[in-house]
Design a protein around this ligand. Sequence first.
Ligand code: TRP
Ligand code: SF4
Length: 400
Amino acid sequence: MHNHLRVISGMRPTGRLHIGHYHGVIKNWVNLQYEHECYFMAADLHALISDYENTKNMEDDIYEMVIDWLACGVDPSQAIIFIQSHVPEHTQLYALLSMITPLSWLERVPSYKEHLENAVSKETDTYGCLGYPLLQSADILLYNANIIPVGEDQVAHVELTREVARRFNHIYGRELGFEDKARETIKKLGSKKSELYQDLLIRYQQNGDDEALIKARFLLTDAINLSLGEKERLFAFLENKSKVILTEPQALVSDTPKIVGIDGQKMSKSFNNTIVLREDIDSISKKIRAMPTDPARIRRDDPGDPAKCPVWQLHQIYSSPDTKQWVQNGCVSAGIGCLECKAPVIESIYAEQTGFIENAKQYKDDLNLIKNILADGAEKAAEVASETIAEVKQVMNIDY
Ligand code: TRP
Ligand code: SF4
């Protein structure tokens, strides 16, 4: 059963996913889907921001990525899986939020600053790049999501989202002229009670006096010459609250360490050192066998140190405590050779990928299954998204 918290996360369809995505992100999604109402999105618009000149493979990349998600255990009967651009409310909210977002907030987002530093040409320095995190904010706020599972590099985007939500709520969360109306309403309490209310208000707001808050609430509850709406207005005024329209989300950073690539660097498509999801056994075996190990182990009888070996990092993920003990003992005593040591890793990755290949088969055979899941997901997502947009337009007074 799902509790009342909502989760949204997205991934850009920019080519094949690798085992780092599985252990760092997707496994986490699979666990979250049983607990919370989850939205998992193929962020094709975000992919366009960097790849707008190279869009030929977008559709296939989306399907391959979603097949990977499902093969890894993301379950369309538990989570809502959809394509970002299939729900046009994303771009709508993005545009509306852009009206209230100070330029400086976007300019100081670390990923944007990094992008500017690394930009190879003016062509990659687009308006879309600047707006990238705001589009992500729209993705999140559209569903009033509470929990955002992201990598360390995305935490600043969730932080921006919180600021944008706060600003939106501040600007549009109050009825027009809220403060003036509240002041007028206070007068209706009669001179003695209005004086007392204002006194309690100051004690609560300036000194954090909770007792004053309770007393003020009683005072309002008992006030006979206020309507229900007027009482509510003064309740809200007490707590200096504006109505919450957009929910401030929290980032959930996964604690899985970055997986090591087959060259010993961090696994990443741009380093060309990945083992992709559903990779075939021969290729897995070839890659792992060629992996560098502790450079001290030149000959078979040179002892080594697992701490200096990238293969050991894979054992952390793929091996049982017993196997890890065997590696420790065998490495430092030169009791085992490196190829021997790599065999259980190859075995485990192979077993994992064989399962994924099997799970993916039905979808590979019939792409319509995927298309239907995505259409269904977009429909469900749009139900929530359209409600948010309706409310946003209403408070912005553009719902004519
Ligand atoms: N920017 C994210 C990434 O590159 C993907 C993404 C898009 C996302 N929209 C999102 C993640 C909303 C979380 C929530 O990883
Ligand atoms: Fe690495 Fe294993 Fe070789 Fe030790 S024995 S260096 S841990 S591959």
